[in-house]
Design a protein around this ligand. Structure first.
Ligand code: ELE
Length: 210
């Protein structure tokens, strides 16, 4: 099965919210608020026991959203994520056995990398749209700009340490399709049920690309 490129997903909105959900009850209102604010591509990290149920709830309750699973760290995670309805998969890093499994997943994938050699190894396996993680500690905008020369065929979704102030410089790069980040979903807003604030943050984020 050929690798499915995630570029079309990155073209939908400039920011992919990274969601870590501890209470399944917030999944649907959260996804609705983000989609209403213009961010319809959502990454739910597999960092909590509720993550898979949250993905399934979002798929059932928010048909406008495109819901993917993040924190894919082992081949096993892929089948669990797909069974819950995940429409794309994201890994923070990509050891060889995970790369093999992601290539065969049958949905768009964003395999993570943080170095030139990792990006080249993934490109050699047919992945041309990559997550750059953790973006800020790994060299940020200057690093990705430097990659554009030697590796012009690669597109990136930088994630990790990016906020509304930092996002525009990434989005201005030719090799960045979208950025990922948790800043649009502050934990205190989720805890307070303040989905209006989350919708407003999403609206501001969706306006970052003209
Ligand atoms: O869990 C994963 O799979 C990750 O790769 C980590 C997340 O993408 C970042 O934690 C989001 O970064 P922040 O916007 O700095 O919060």
């Amino acid at each position: 099965m050929p690798v499915i490129d995630a570029r079309p997903l990155l073209a939908i909105s400039p920011v992919i919210p990274v969601l870590t959900i501890k209470d399944v009850a917030v999944a649907v209102p959260l996804a609705r608020a983000l989609a209403a604010g213009g961010l319809s591509v959502l990454e739910v990290t597999l960092r909590t026991p509720q993550a898979l149920e949250a993905i399934a709830a979002m798929r059932a309750g928010v048909p406008d959203a495109i819901v993917g699973a993040g924190t894919i760290t082992r081949p096993d995670d892929i089948s669990r994520a797909l069974a819950a309805g995940s429409q794309f998969l994201v890994s923070p890093g990509t050891p060889p056995e995970l790369a093999t499994a992601l290539a065969a997943a049958g949905v768009p994938v964003l395999p993570g990398c943080a170095t030139v050699s990792e990006a080249m190894a993934l490109a050699g396996r047919g992945f041309t749209c990559l997550k750059f993680f953790p973006a800020e500690p790994s060299g940020g905008v200057a690093f990705l700009k430097s990659l554009g020369g030697p590796l012009p065929g690669l597109a990136f979704c930088p994630t990790g340490g990016i906020d509304a102030a930092k996002a525009p410089a990434y989005l201005a790069l030719a090799n960045v399709g979208a950025v990922g980040g948790s800043w649009v979903v502050p934990e205190e807003a989720i805890a307070a049920g303040d989905f209006g604030r989350i919708e407003a943050l999403a609206r501001a984020a969706s306006a970052l690309r003209a």
